[in-house]
Design a protein around this ligand. Structure first.
Ligand SMILES: [Zn+2]
Length: 342
């Protein structure tokens, strides 16, 4: 009996501490039944939950995989099909990998487990026309089924709260820290963008976490726009004002109407000028990692100088934060509509 207990304990602790199982492959199977297949180096028992759309995030299904880590080669974002917008993977904590299925609308699903794989099938909510007397659905009302227009792929905007965790960014007057300011503004944007526009939003961080630049950029793989939020600092306390940098997009996306990153940068300047007449703004290509390595039109917005008394005060003012947020939403709106027309 004592021997058996020891054996059980050893098995449990080695699985938890060693995190020996790797998630090696993510595959989206487009149809007729959309499914996501995950391959592992060893069998895994997932914890599966679904969450309704909220707080700027779409409808989603979460799988937490205990004692599992992501492989080097595991994609962080995989494009979806049908009602599946995309599949995201991440290391939730040292021992738990998390897989998130973002959905354009609520979907019933089944999880099938095999020896070294796991498949999540999104079962179509429309009843099959096949007559099965015993399981026949109740008679439907005569009206046509609801139009499934929501399945149209919506624009995806990645909102990046600059810095975080062990990287505080700039420190300003009264100890105000950049990473805190950028997170507050990112959360406001995540709320206001989908409230005003038909867009989905992904936040690169939702708390005081350190997220490496490559992971931030990976969020944009499937995105339409990338917005990185920052606050500035200067040795000269008189230096103040908003600055906008643009980048990303890649040479292939340069259109005759002007290059998309620049157009997005200018749209932000226009919107900020319209909402905050006094702001000093600049726009120029930025050499920052999140811009240079980004594949989609990207802006880096420095919302003011934390080292300037006036800027530091207004950056912490809720009314000012709301104005900046609405201006960025105006700019996304202008950019997306202009693009549809061209
Ligand atoms: Zn910064």
């Amino acid at each position: 009996m004592p021997l058996l207990l020891v054996a059980v304990l050893l098995a449990t602790t080695s699985a938890a501490a060693g995190a020996s199982t790797r998630l090696v492959h993510v595959q989206v199977q487009p149809g007729p039944v959309v499914a996501v297949r995950l391959d592992f180096s060893a069998p895994v028992t997932p914890i599966v939950r679904s969450l309704p759309a909220s707080d700027g995030m779409p409808e989603r299904i979460y799988l937490d995989l205990p004692a599992t880590t992501l492989g080097e080669e595991t994609p962080r974002i995989t494009s979806g099909a049908g009602a599946l917008l995309r599949v995201r993977t991440g290391q939730f904590d040292a021992g738990t990998a998390r897989v998130v299925l973002d959905l354009s609308l609520q979907q019933p699903y089944v999880v099938r487990t095999a020896a070294h794989s796991l498949t999540i099938e999104l079962t179509d909510p429309t009843p099959m026309p096949m007559p099965t007397p015993a399981l026949a659905p109740p008679p439907r009302p005569p009206e046509a089924p609801p139009a499934r227009t929501q399945e149209v792929r919506r624009a995806l905007v990645v909102v990046d709260a600059g810095h975080g965790g062990r990287d505080p960014g700039a420190t300003g007057i009264d100890g105000v820290v950049e990473k805190t300011v950028t997170l507050a503004l990112a959360k406001l944007l995540a709320e206001r963008l989908p409230a005003r526009l038909p867009v989905d939003v992904l936040l690169t961080r939702r708390d005081d976490a350190y997220v490496p630049i490559d992971e931030r950029v990976a969020f944009a793989t499937d995105a339409t726009l990338f917005i990185s939020l920052h606050a500035n600092a200067s040795l000269d306390p008189r230096t103040r004002g908003i600055e906008v940098f643009f980048g990303g997009g890649g040479p292939a996306q340069v259109a005759s109407t002007g290059d998309p990153p620049q157009r997005f940068g200018l749209a932000i300047i226009d919107a900020l000028t319209a909402r905050l007449a006094d702001s000093r703004t600049l726009v120029r290509p930025g050499g920052y990692g999140v811009l240079a390595r980004n594949s989609v039109p990207s802006v880096l917005l420095e919302i003011g100088y934390l080292t300037n008394a006036e800027d530091a005060a207004r950056i912490r003012d809720a009314a000012y934060q709301a104005l900046v947020t609405e201006a960025v939403v105006d700019a996304v709106d202008a950019f997306l509509n202009e693009r549809v027309e061209s």
